[in-house]
Design a protein around this ligand. Structure first.
Ligand SMILES: Cc1cc2nc3c(=O)[nH]c(=O)nc-3n(C[C@H](O)[C@H](O)[C@H](O)COP(=O)(O)O)c2cc1C
Length: 179
């Protein structure tokens, strides 16, 4: 059975390097792993506990279902003003009331060595939500300064090798089913 990894970019920008990384992961996924990109965080309403009731807004239900169905997660998120971009923090806030759904291994990718505060903040937020950041699967790549397409990332031998090794480490962190 193939492992299901859900990949989410924290950037809404069309030519986003973080989103390109998520699409490159789809291309370099090792055998036995399927990487699915969730690219609809912009559709989520602003988080409001008053709206966090059943039935959840449709965009929220779709987001939660994708996360629940994943064996592991892949996140690549830019840094804005030394923090987590609002749209991505908003997406995470919608998962807080369902922490069991989020208790899975997470590979954290970072497209910029300059970004230090956002990855640190993300580690704190994700661990608070029962997420398990797998350090062996986490990567920082120097992608700023040019615009990479997913195809270019996946066909660059050294980048593709790093991405593949990260996904292998994530595979190892996924616990085998107990039954
Ligand atoms: C509003 C804004 C604030 C930013 N703040 C920071 C920052 O505090 N630290 C940093 O390293 N980069 C910062 N950046 C640069 C982005 O992190 C960088 O452009 C990144 O590549 C964006 O990711 P993307 O290509 O996936 O959209 C900022 C960019 C914007 C647009």
């Amino acid at each position: 059975m193939s492992l299901r990894i859900v990949a989410v970019s924290g950037s809404l920008r069309g030519a986003s390097s973080n989103s390109a990384l998520m699409l490159a992961a789809v291309r370099v996924a090792p055998p036995g792993m399927t990487v699915e990109v969730f690219d609809a965080i912009a559709d989520l309403p602003h988080f409001n506990p008053d709206l966090d009731i059943e039935p959840a807004p449709p965009a929220v239900a779709a987001w939660r279902a994708r996360i629940r169905g994943a064996d592991g997660l892949l996140i690549s998120c830019p840094e804005y003003a030394r923090g987590i971009p609002g749209a991505f923090k908003n997406a995470l806030d919608w998962l807080v009331s369902d922490p069991a759904g989020f208790a899975k291994p997470i590979a954290l990718w970072n497209a910029s060595p300059r970004a230090v505060a956002a990855p640190e903040a993300l580690r704190l937020v994700l661990s608070t939500m029962s997420g398990r950041v797998v350090e062996a699967a986490s990567l920082t790549l120097p992608l700023l300064g040019r615009s990479w397409t997913p195809e270019e990332l996946a066909s660059d031998p050294s980048i593709a090798a790093l991405l593949r090794a990260s996904l292998q480490s994530l595979t190892q962190a996924v616990e085998p089913p107990t039954d």
